[in-house]
Structure formats: structure tokens, C-alpha cells
Design a protein around this ligand. Structure first.
Ligand SMILES: NC(=O)c1ccc[n+]([C@@H]2O[C@H](COP(=O)([O-])OP(=O)(O)OC[C@H]3O[C@@H](n4cnc5c(N)ncnc54)[C@H](OP(=O)(O)O)[C@@H]3O)[C@@H](O)[C@H]2O)c1
Length: 194
């Protein structure tokens, strides 16, 4: 039974993925977020809620002890967050990281130039790729709310295919990545509707 730490647990995709973890797996979850009173504990037997900022290294490291996998679902100051995560994982000996980024960070979306808007995503991905971690970076298309699970993956260096992807598709992939040893290790994946 794996212990999964979810950073930015009140995010839209993180909340959907928490639901899928609890429904489809026996993983134990630690939900790490700012202002924790916003989140109701969905299953107190399997879920621990920790109030914290990813930039708070002391709290982050303390929360990483005993975890197997880190799933980061963040926004905002992502370069600094990636630095904090990599340092805390190195300090605690944790290896497996699933990190949510965005399509477009390598200029891989045909006909689109996202410019400086994506700099925090580019910089955070570069920090993670320069680490020794067993990471998988996801570069999703635009999120949709529909139920279907249907997605295709493109590797770094390939043009991104498609445009959008359902939250349920992303959650399906994140759960598999978190619980399958070696799956897409040290890869950066474009993810879009098939
Ligand atoms: N929506 C799309 O179509 C789309 C497409 C491609 C990529 N993405 C990207 O995918 C990522 C996940 O999406 P989402 O919709 O789940 O994002 P979201 O709802 O904005 O969630 C991001 C979470 O990060 C948390 N966070 C930010 N800084 C933090 C810090 N220092 N410490 C702890 N938590 C922090 C935020 O917490 P607070 O609530 O406390 O601010 C927020 O809950 C985002 O980066 C998004 O830009 C989105």
C-alpha cells in the first residue's frame, strides 16, 4: 500500500485525482495545502490533511517523511516551488515525483507561441529535469469536465497532438504513474484527448 503526498491539494485537478485514488486504489493520501479549512477530509481512515505552503521547506520535509510518491499540482511561483520540492525530496531520500506542468513549454504545440506566460512552467520543468529524481512531468492540454477517459501521450521532442483533455483522463494517468514503479520515469509527457 503506497503513501502518496499531494501538493496543492485544493487544486481542481488534485481534487478530482484524490477522488479517483480513493475510489480505485488502496493508497493512503496526505493532502498538503494552504488554508486547510477549505477542504473536508473525504476518508479519515486513509487521508491526512496537512496545512502548509510548498515554499515552507521545514514543513514540506517533515510531511515527506514516510511518503512513497509526491504528486505536485501547483500554480504560481512554480520555479521556487520546484526548487523547494527537489531539495526536500533529496533531503528525505524520496525519489518518485509526478509534476503537473502545461502544454507549450518547449514550443511543441504546432501554431502556438505561449511566450513568457509559461516561464514559471518552463523554469520549474527545467529544475526537475536537472535533478536526479524519478520524475514524470505532465504537459496537459486544456482541461474539460466530461466523464470520458481518452488520451494520447507525446514525448518531449515530439509535436503536441490535439488541444484538450478531460480531468478524468489526467487523473487516470496520474494514479497509474504514481502507483506503477518505473512508468515513464524521467519523461515529460504531452497529454491530450485521443
Ligand atoms: N486548466 C487548464 O486547462 C490547464 C491546462 C494545462 C495546464 N494547467 C495547469 O495545471 C496545473 C493544475 O491545474 P489546476 O486547475 O488543478 O490548478 P489550480 O486549481 O489553480 O490549483 C493549483 C493549486 O496550487 C496551489 N498552490 C499554489 N502555490 C502554492 C504554494 N506555494 N503552496 C501550496 N500550494 C500552492 C494553489 O493553492 P491556493 O488555493 O492556496 O492558492 C492551488 O490550489 C496548474 O498549474 C494549471 O495552470 C491547467
Amino acid at each position: 500500500m503506497k503513501n502518496v503526498l499531494i501538493l496543492g491539494a485544493n487544486g481542481q485537478l488534485a481534487r478530482n485525482t484524490t477522488r479517483v485514488f480513493l475510489r480505485d486504489t488502496d493508497a493512503r493520501l496526505t493532502l498538503y495545502l494552504r488554508r486547510a479549512s477549505r477542504l473536508r477530509n473525504p476518508d479519515p481512515k486513509r487521508v491526512t490533511i496537512v496545512e502548509g505552503d510548498v515554499l515552507d521547506r521545514t514543513r514540506l520535509e517533515a510531511t515527506m517523511k514516510g511518503q512513497d510518491v509526491v504528486y505536485a499540482n501547483l500554480s504560481g511561483a512554480m520555479r521556487q516551488q520546484a526548487e523547494s520540492i527537489v531539495a526536500a525530496m533529496n533531503a528525505t531520500g524520496l525519489k518518485r515525483l509526478v509534476f503537473i506542468s502545461s502544454m507549450g513549454i518547449y514550443g511543441e504545440v504546432p501554431g502556438e507561441r505561449y511566450g513568457s506566460m509559461l516561464d514559471p512552467y518552463r523554469d520549474s520543468a527545467a529544475r526537475i529535469e536537472a535533478s536526479n529524481l524519478d520524475y514524470t512531468i505532465l504537459r496537459p492540454g486544456w482541461f474539460t469536465q466530461d466523464d470520458e477517459i481518452s488520451y494520447q501521450i507525446t514525448q518531449k521532442g515530439q509535436p503536441f497532438k490535439g488541444h484538450d483533455v478531460s480531468l478524468n483522463s489526467l487523473s487516470d494517468l496520474i494514479v497509474k504513474l504514481a502507483l506503477t514503479p518505473g512508468m515513464e520515469s524521467r519523461h515529460s509527457l504531452g497529454v491530450s484527448r485521443r
